[in-house]
Design a protein around this ligand. Structure first.
Ligand code: AMP
Ligand code: MG
Length: 405
């Protein structure tokens, strides 16, 4: 067992967190509630697609053999719209006036677009010189896929295209990953929520709102906020209760070396297994991660607002998404548009704004904050880049992984 008090690298912290998040099972939801969720079953086709030979143009449906034999004027035997049962062609000289989305009339095999015919009462004449090819403007039954074919596999995130595909599965409900119930706890005697009076030495609590917003934008909507003081006993009781009810607890503040930084000691006293404390990174070095006796993950993020949000975005949010069973997606890379010099042997998370170069390339302009408390400077930034340990000079053009807020 590795020493949990050792300072570890960003990639090791990431792997350790992911290795301890087992997911929260699955739930069947109506399609209306499935958007943005992670699919946890295979979706198969209810029917062939298309389910019938589908006409793809408004026009007339004919037998191509009749055209090949020299016939140019057809008798309109009827008119058929989308959704109606297919009409029969009574004879070789007949056609059916047909609409996009209709089933091909029985005995017809080819569609001549309405723009290429002249209608005169019950007769339709094909434009001189126009040569329809056999089978044109017919989308044959099962040419996209057969009944029972797999359309979507578990791990797919259900976006707009997948919502359309789900309807072809035909079910009113779908099995998706259950989202965890999360509480974000801000700790600190100096913190006051908006709407409450402030003493001169107090500040507004902002981390909990930033974290809840970042989680909500990733689909984690069951997210409460709670504030606790720097009091060992109160912290212990409240966290014990929270761990009984919630699936995930995310704390901010109180994880450093100060005399009132009680969080690590309180968590250990509750029987938590410490997985790691401190990551070789700036901001966010004191990141703490542990697992409760019941296997529930607890993240304790440093209190400085830039640190806490960076840790949430870099480690917590992607690990939660992965634990839902979502298929991994590559982290986007961008090119630095400015020079960054960073001396410490730590991974540097640098806030950036993204613009697009003339060739469409993503360019990241560094926006250093004054300190890791300077969260106002993050306004207008798009996220941050990860600049690895072991290097200190990052020239314009350097390719870095980008994490959006
Ligand atoms: P700590 O990690 O508790 O030592 O806090 C580090 C710094 O972050 C202190 O200046 C705190 O006042 C500040 N801080 C801690 N939690 C929050 C919060 N929820 N919102 C805004 N600032 C915070
Ligand atoms: Mg504090």
């Amino acid at each position: 067992m590795a020493d949990a008090r050792r300072r570890i690298d960003v990639s090791e912290a990431d792997a350790l967190i992911r290795g301890r998040l087992a997911g929260w099972g699955t739930v069947r939801v109506p399609l209306d509630a499935a958007q943005g969720e992670v699919l946890r079953e295979a979706i198969t086709a209810e029917r062939d697609q298309p389910p019938f030979d589908r006409v793809t143009m408004d026009g007339i449906a004919i037998r191509h053999g009749s055209f090949a034999a020299g016939l140019r004027t057809f008798t309109v035997a009827g008119t058929q719209g989308a959704g109606s049962p297919p009409l029969p062609l009574p004879d070789d000289r007949a056609c059916v006036a047909i609409m996009t989305g209709a089933a091909l009339p029985v005995g017809a095999d080819t569609v001549v677009p309405v723009e290429r015919i002249r209608r005169d009462g019950t007769s339709a004449t094909i434009e001189r010189g126009y040569e329809p090819s056999a089978g044109q403007f017919v989308h044959p039954r099962a040419s996209d896929h057969r009944q029972g074919a797999t359309l979507l596999t578990p791990g797919t995130v259900l976006g707009a295209t997948e919502m359309a595909i789900l309807t072809v599965g035909g079910s009113e409900t779908v099995e998706v990953a259950r989202r965890p119930a999360i509480t974000v706890v801000s700790t600190g005697d100096e913190l006051v929520d908006v709407g409450q009076p402030l003493a001169p030495t107090q500040i507004r609590s902002s981390n909990d709102r930033a974290i809840a917003a970042a989680l909500a934008s990733r689909g984690f909507l069951d997210c409460d906020r709670l504030h606790l003081p720097d009091d060992r006993t109160l912290l212990g009781t409240a966290l014990d209760e929270l761990l009984a009810e919630q699936d995930v607890v995310i704390l901010t503040g109180g994880v450093s070396m100060g005399e009132f930084d009680h969080v690590p000691r309180v968590l250990l006293a509750l029987g938590m297994e410490l997985v790691f404390h401190k990551v070789l990174q700036r901001p966010g070095m004191p990141l703490w991660f542990g697992v409760s006796p019941a296997g529930k993950p607890v993240f304790a993020l440093p209190g400085n607002p830039v640190s806490s949000l960076v840790c949430l975005i870099r480690f917590v949010a992607p690990a939660l998404v992965a634990a839902l069973g979502a298929r991994p997606r590559p982290v986007p890379v961008v090119r630095l548009a400015g020079h960054v010099r960073f001396e410490p042997d730590l991974t540097c998370f640098m806030p950036v704004t993204i613009t697009y170069g003339a060739d469409g390339e993503c360019l990241a302009t560094p926006k250093p904050t004054n300190t890791s408390g300077d969260f106002i400077a993050l306004g207008g930034t798009d996220g941050f880049v990860e600049l690895p340990r072991g290097l200190s000079d990052f020239a314009p053009g350097y390719t870095a992984r980008f994490y959006a807020w």
